[in-house]
Design a binder for this molecule. Sequence first.
Ligand SMILES: [Zn+2]
Length: 133
Amino acid sequence: MVHVQLKKDHIRLIRDELTLHAPNEACGVFIGRHQRDSIIVDIVVPIKNSIPSDRSFELDPKEHYEAWNRADEERLDIVGVYHTHPHSKASPSAWDEQSMKNYQTLWVIAGIDGVRGYEWDGCVKQIEINEVP
Ligand SMILES: [Zn+2]
């Protein structure tokens, strides 16, 4: 069972992003590292949704590339992606499931009912989020 470790401030930032960009979805990536069965998130990088929509998102390619460079500079990795559901629950939509198959990493969704983590492993599996100070 994989866990993801997110700081309280990270979760606050993602929730703020949900409000800030509503009614459209907001998105971004996590910079961090893998440690045994945990994914440790060190930095949350909001990225422009290059196709603003209330049903899907697309990471702006330029900002996504800059995030990769930043991870490299910090000697860390891009360990996941997040996006928001301003109108629905924090569960993957059909569109998300398709995207999860194509981009297999940690997926965090902030919805009206909270923040949850998922991965694609033959099907959608939930990843437990450990909130740390
Ligand atoms: Zn979604």
